[in-house]
Design a protein around this ligand. Structure first.
Ligand code: HSE
Length: 357
């Protein structure tokens, strides 16, 4: 099979290197910027890739929603299998791209889009076939975890920790997507849609870590709690709620010990009970590992993951996520997360949700 890699940044380069270990696949093209075409296989016109009938798999390693979404769509329309690490583009066109892949009978795989190297999508799909999953939550952004971990452990300033995360290649091209919680929003929507068997609401409460400072971390530490940015999704009967917010969790919780760029994602099945997966959620090599596992699925003709369709239509009820909320110095017990997050936003104050798994 022949593959083309869209993008030759941190992830694209790692994918290129790792694919050299896979027998039966060769990289025919790499899409690069016009001023960086220094190898014979590099092209800057994506149409060269989409219209070449010998290209079987298009690997999207681009950042941001556009033009990645348009490229995925075009590749599927041209009958190519697509593997993407791009959560923003996959989340943006989730229902439409799945439908298109189904119509064209090609695979659309995106394991690397959520949790880097962690095989979370595979496990949610495998377990969700039999079991009813009613909760998905976790640390889903390596950059934010790295920043909060550095600030907490080394009493580092936010700006210093962010620039270290950028240097390590964890952050998005525009790190605002990380620190604003937008990146986690995309990931929790993708994961919980697969877990709850439905295309879910995209307009969800999303609070980032920009207003978390060293003093706030210290204050919660003195009460035996650690702040982590969590994506949270719960389903109860025919209703569900999703949110992204800084969460105070007990120091004894496994999530509290998650260091550096690592992610920890949990889900709860009716029969399985709670399952936690842990690994590097950001960085070129760990992400490439998940991309290449998806490529191998296509290559070895594992039961192909064509576009998904969902039967269920649960209702969005933000009130399902409730608990103690901190808006600045004020504490609001038993409150709805979405209401309090909005209040904090309006008042320009920090927001922390006390999360009990
Ligand atoms: N910027 C993302 C993160 C990359 O830090 O988690 C992986 O999705």
């Amino acid at each position: 099979m022949n593959a083309a890699i869209l993008g030759y940044g941190t992830v694209g380069k790692s994918v290129f290197r790792l694919l050299e270990r896979v027998e039966g696949i060769s990289v025919r093209y790499v899409l690069e910027l016009p001023d960086r075409l220094n190898e014979s296989y590099m092209v800057s016109d994506p149409e060269v890739i989409f219209t070449d009938k010998d290209v079987d798999i298009v690997i999207d390693a681009l950042p941001g929603t556009h033009p990645s979404y348009e490229y995925i769509k075009r590749a599927l329309e041209c009958g190519k299998h697509v593997v993407s690490s791009n959560k923003a583009a996959i989340c943006f066109g989730f229902e439409e791209l799945n439908k298109l892949a189904g119509e064209k009978g090609v695979s659309l795989l995106y394991e690397a889009s959520c949790g880097g190297t962690i095989p979370i999508i595979e496990e949610i799909l495998r377990i969700g076939k039999l079991d009813a999953i009613d909760k998905v939550y976790g640390i889903l952004n390596g950059t934010c975890n790295y920043i909060l971990w550095q600030m907490d452990k080394n009493s580092m300033d936010y700006g210093e920790a962010l620039s270290l995360a950028q240097k390590a290649g964890y952050a998005e091209a525009d790190p605002r997507a990380d620190v604003s919680g937008f990146d986690v929003r995309n990931k929790i929507i993708i994961l919980s849609s697969l877990a709850f068997d439905s295309f879910l609401e995209q307009d969800i409460p999303t609070v980032g870590i920009e207003r978390i400072d060293k003093d706030l971390l210290c204050r919660f530490r003195s009460e035996g709690k650690v702040i982590k940015l969590l994506g949270m999704a719960v389903c109860s009967g025919s209703s569900y709620a999703l949110a992204v917010a800084p969460a105070a969790i007990p120091e004894t919780a496994l999530e509290a010990g998650v260091p550096e760029n690592f992610n920890m994602i949990s889900f709860n099945g009716e029969y399985s009970g709670e399952i936690k997966l842990y690994g590097q959620g950001a960085g070129g090599d760990p992400t490439a590992d998940a991309v290449v596992r998806d490529v191998e699925k296509i290559l070895y003709k594992d039961p192909a993951e064509y576009g998904r369709t969902f039967e269920k239509k649960p209702g969005y009820d933000p009130a399902l996520l409730r608990g103690t909320c901190h808006v600045g110095d004020q504490i609001y017990p038993d409150s709805v997360l979405s209401d309090m997050a909005l209040k904090a936003e309006k008042e320009g104050k920090s927001f922390v949700f006390e999360f009990n798994a």
